[in-house]
Design a protein around this ligand. Structure first.
Ligand SMILES: [Zn+2]
Length: 237
């Protein structure tokens, strides 16, 4: 199908919009960070791998490279590559990050179990591959609560020497299914499996004692959870 001039105009408008959104977001974050914190740009999976299979990785590369370019132009200090299900796709993102000259934290999301990612690699294998591709910290984000995520973080901890990153979700999972997005409560009854802020405070203490150098929260966390996590980290000092 030929690309019409209308379609090309729409693409150009979208590109301009993307640029403005990224630039405004980084500017706001920079104002808050001042000289007290770094500003990160988040880049996630394209969802093409789930929908179209591994043959779509070239298309993913184009989208990810474009998003990283926008964030780089907007002036981020580093990238957080997060919520990737396939090691194959985060490898593409890590290559794009190093091509752009930006440091990257890389975290995969493990489901339905923490024992392997969607394309079948153990947490230890994933950690090694991501470090080999230049990740400055590796770990996991989303899908399970801190307590459930810990064993996979320990496996990564034993496999590599870079800081381990952990941004768990605030929803309770089960022994049979280690991800909240496949619990019967997802998505409309999530309040019934919400974990307490206390568990994030405990996670802060554990992160400190177990050498998890980069800790945060994902789905289900509000600022009070991050405060609880910070309290836990401070208490463990
Ligand atoms: Zn999440």
């Amino acid at each position: 199908m030929a690309v019409t001039s209308t379609a090309m105009t729409e693409i150009a408008v979208m590109r301009g919009l993307n640029e403005r959104i990224n630039s405004a977001a980084v500017k706001l974050a920079r104002q808050v960070a001042g000289d007290r914190a770094l500003v990160a740009g988040s880049v996630s999976r394209t969802q093409l791998t789930e929908r179209e299979g591994m043959g779509s990785l070239d298309k993913s590369r184009d989208h990810i490279a474009e998003q990283i370019r926008l964030l780089k132009d907007a002036g981020v200090d580093f990238l957080i590559l997060e919520t990737f299900f396939h090691l194959a796709e985060i490898k593409v993102a890590l290559k794009c990050s190093s091509d752009a000259g930006l440091p990257a934290v890389a975290t995969l999301s493990f489901r339905p179990l923490i024992t392997q990612c969607t394309d079948g690699h153990t947490p230890a294998e994933c950690a090694k591959v991501m470090v080999d591709l230049g990740a400055v910290a590796v770990g996991a984000n989303c899908e399970q609560e801190p307590r459930r995520m810990l064993p996979l973080l320990r496996e990564m901890r034993a496999a590599v020497n870079v800081p381990i990153a952990a941004q768990p979700a605030a929803f309770r999972t089960t022994d049979d299914c280690h991800c909240f997005t496949r619990q019967p409560a997802f998505p409309d009854d999530l309040e019934t499996i919400q974990i307490s802020r206390r568990e994030f405070e405990e996670f802060g203490r554990v992160a400190k004692t177990e050498g998890i150098g980069y800790a945060g929260g994902c789905c289900g966390c509000n600022p009070a959870y991050i405060q609880a996590l910070a309290d836990g980290l401070a208490e463990a000092r």
